[in-house]
Design a protein around this ligand. Structure first.
Ligand SMILES: Nc1ncnc2c1ncn2[C@@H]1O[C@H](COP(=O)(O)OP(=O)(O)OP(=O)(O)O)[C@@H](O)[C@H]1O
Ligand SMILES: [Mg+2]
Length: 264
């Protein structure tokens, strides 16, 4: 089995509840994301939050992004810092881009927010655009791009800002097989770009999420319970299902998908 250790806590959700009036949506959400350390490999974290449609994934995404406060409980990052809007790179389901700016202008603006690439903004934008195959789209406005190009531009925009945490809402939905592969590879590439880089993927695409992640949390709700909660945590490294190519045909992978479906 691959050697690894889960070290310091990078993010912690502590008894997070969310209600709208008398309607509970999330109830006592508790989970932690720890820094995964592998000898000789710079390895970030890829975590998936899976659940049925309408269960509360996007609501939890908004809380994790600091865009909304929980009704009770707390979400902290890097020790004890309460998460706030702007702490995380956030890629929304509909790939928000500034419609009145060209992709290049939007990406430069993001790059200027990152002190680590000060003076090298142009090179950074060009590198990511080339890696993700949108160089040709740089002079265009968002409405001139395809859905897949918008998505990649939106991901690069968040990457350039340099936050350790990157949060994605349904990054695999509506993509054809070729683009899906491209996005998966792109996310994996990002996840090893820094030891502390942490990708949190909120999705109902179980197969793709499990194939790319090291840890899976399942959000679910039993009848009569006051909102959705974390039903199960699956350590994919322990099962030897993380960081491997061509994992999808392995029996342990297929069994894990079945186990998740049964929990949803
Ligand atoms: N402003 C609001 N007021 C009341 N209820 C809300 C509000 N926003 C969301 N909800 C409820 O929260 C629940 C969870 O919604 P959410 O969008 O998080 O689901 P989801 O798991 O992301 O679904 P999908 O997979 O379809 O995107 C839904 O029942 C929804 O009606
Ligand atoms: Mg959603």
């Amino acid at each position: 089995m691959t050697e690894y250790t889960r070290k310091q806590q990078l993010l912690h959700a502590d008894n997070v509840c969310l209600s709208y009036g008398h309607k509970p949506v999330l109830h006592n959400i508790n989970f932690s994301i720890r820094n995964i350390v592998r000898p000789g490999v710079q390895q970030g974290q890829v975590v998936s939050l899976l659940g049925r449609s309408g269960i509360g994934k996007t609501q939890l995404f908004r809380l994790l992004a600091g865009l909304q406060q929980p009704t009770s409980g707390s979400i902290t990052i890097n020790g004890n810092k309460q998460v706030q809007a702007g702490d995380m790179g956030v890629v929304f389901q509909h790939y928000y881009l500034f419609e009145w700016k060209t992709i290049q202008q939007s990406l430069y603006m993001a790059a200027h927010q990152n002190p680590a690439i000060k003076g090298n903004e142009k090179a950074a934008v060009e590198k990511w655009a080339a890696d993700f195959d949108i160089t040709e789209a740089l002079p265009c406005y968002p409405h001139q791009l395809s859905g897949g190009q918008r998505q990649r531009a939106s991901i690069i925009q968040q990457l350039l800002k340099g936050s350790s945490f990157l949060l994605f809402d349904e990054p695999f939905s509506g993509l054809d097989v070729c683009v899906l592969d491209k996005v998966v590879n792109m996310l994996l590439q990002v996840s090893v770009s820094d030891e502390l880089k942490t990708l949190i993927i909120v999705s109902h695409d179980i197969e793709t999420s499990v194939a790319i992640s090291d840890t899976v949390f399942i959000l679910g709700k039993e009848p009569g319970e006051p909102g959705a909660t974390i039903k199960k945590e699956i350590d994919l490294i322990e099962r030897d299902l993380a960081w491997q190519k061509d994992i999808r045909r392995q029996k342990a992978f297929i069994d894990t998908l079945e186990e998740i479906k049964a929990t949803l």
